[in-house]
Ligand binder design. Structure first.
Ligand SMILES: C[S@@+](CC[C@H](N)C(=O)[O-])C[C@H]1O[C@@H](n2cnc3c(N)ncnc32)[C@H](O)[C@@H]1O
Length: 393
């Protein structure tokens, strides 16, 4: 069970004594092996406040890879898990630059911190009083209030919302099971400029949303599908993929670009577009931008004679009509000892297939199994080199 912070904890952690206790505890390892002795030492110095001090120190470490500049923040375990990674929040903030923004589910203030650098007015509200106190500490110059997101409390702001899963709830893609429920949120702010961060699994095609859906990935993992109301996105864009990397590189693509590409025989490479591009339904647009073409009109793999910067490419060595036996023989002929298996449009489970391939050699290869028209094909490829680093070969 995660530690439940209360008002007395926050009073203490914000006081000079509390800040000093946290600084002191930073030097402790807090590993499995050292935890008992660390806790005993903190307890000897700080008595009843030990749990709040140790948990805050632990959470600050846990948040490090996700939240930039949060070294002195107050956090809860759930709030860290729910928080938008700083790089994603900053990107959203840049899109909102110059607008007054009200984050109506601000939690501990992750989005507020990102917004603060680009916005004139930033307001944050939430129902959870402890998270609000933490947000006020973490983002001292934001305007913080306690309010139900379903009752509009500001005017002429862009409303930003990030509904959470019900406490203890299973991962669900049902928009009405969120807190606050997505349909109620859309009703409450009908006609307003509204930006709603949703889980990437949201079935946005069924939602009937008439604004933009932006699918965002970070370091190759799809993180969210964000709804932008028509007034908050330019040129009536309906789909956008934003592909971010921790190293600062990024690109985006929208459905305003051409999606005019061919379906044809494979080139030298199979290209596996980023998950955000696939999820946003922009594979053809991406292919058109990079001079690639499709292997099959319903399959998200692209092909071409070069690989765009920063995307996974697989250099084709052999192409076979897929059967386990034919694949086993093709891999054995190349001395293959380990294989990465990618599958689309064909009912093959890589985890079950791999042991049946009886690999014995020492060469690492990749296999792309995919539907081509009505049959299944397997492409035996050189091992993936992430980001298409071997473009020039
Ligand atoms: C997913 S979290 C938001 C995370 C935040 N965007 C971040 O990056 O840290 C959802 C938040 O919505 C709040 N919440 C749930 N129902 C609410 C409601 N009806 N009104 C306001 N806040 C609500 C929860 O307390 C929680 O802090």
């Amino acid at each position: 069970m995660a530690y439940a912070f209360d008002d007395a904890d926050i009073d203490y952690l914000c006081s000079d004594v509390g800040v000093a206790a946290l600084r002191e505890t930073e030097d402790r390892a807090l590993t499995k092996a050292s935890m008992l002795s660390d806790i005993a030492a903190v307890r000897a110095a700080h008595g009843d406040m030990t749990a709040a001090i140790v948990e805050t120190t632990r959470l600050r470490r846990k948040a490090r890879s996700k939240l930039v500049g949060a070294e002195n923040w107050l956090l809860t375990d759930d709030a860290v898990q729910q928080a938008t990674p700083t790089l994603v929040a900053r990107r959203r903030a840049r899109r909102l630059a110059g607008r007054a923004v009200h984050d109506v589910t601000c939690s501990i203030g992750t989005e507020l911190a990102a917004l603060r650098s680009t916005q004139g007015v930033v307001v944050g509200s939430d129902l959870d009083p402890i998270r609000l106190r933490m947000a006020a500490h973490n983002v001292p110059d934001a305007n913080i209030l306690r309010a139900d997101a379903l009752t509009p409390t500001t005017r002429e702001t862009v409303v930003l919302a990030d509904p959470g899963r019900r406490a203890g709830g299973k991962r669900t893609h049902d928009p009405s099971a969120l807190e606050p429920p997505l349909p109620s949120l859309l009703d409450a702010y009908a006609g307003r400029d509204l930006v709603v961060k949703c889980a990437p699994g949201l079935d946005f095609d069924r939602l009937g949303w008439d604004g933009e859906v932006e699918v965002v990935s970070l370091d190759g993992g799809v993180r969210e599908a964000c709804l932008w109301s028509p007034g908050s996105t330019p040129d009536r864009i309906r789909r956008r993929a934003s592909v971010l990397q921790s190293n600062g590189s990024s690109f985006e693509i929208t459905d305003s670009e051409s999606d005019d590409i061919d379906v044809a025989e494979p080139g030298e490479w199979i290209v596996d577009p980023d998950g955000a591009v696939v999820r946003a339904g922009l594979v053809r647009h991406y292919g058109a931008r990079h001079g690639l073409w499709q292997l099959d009109p319903r399959i998200a793999y692209l092909t071409g004679n070069s690989v765009p910067e920063g995307v996974n490419g697989f250099r084709i060595l052999d192409r076979i009509k897929y059967s386990e036996r034919a694949l086993r023989q093709a891999l054995a002929a190349r001395g293959c000892g380990s294989v990465e298996i990618l599958v689309r449009g064909v009912d093959v489970d890589p985890a079950l297939l791999r042991p049946r391939l009886k690999l014995r050699g020492d060469v690492a290869l990749s296999v792309v199994i995919t539907r081509l028209e009505r049959s299944a094909a397997a492409f035996v490829c050189a091992a993936r080199r992430p980001g298409g680093l071997d473009h020039g070969e």
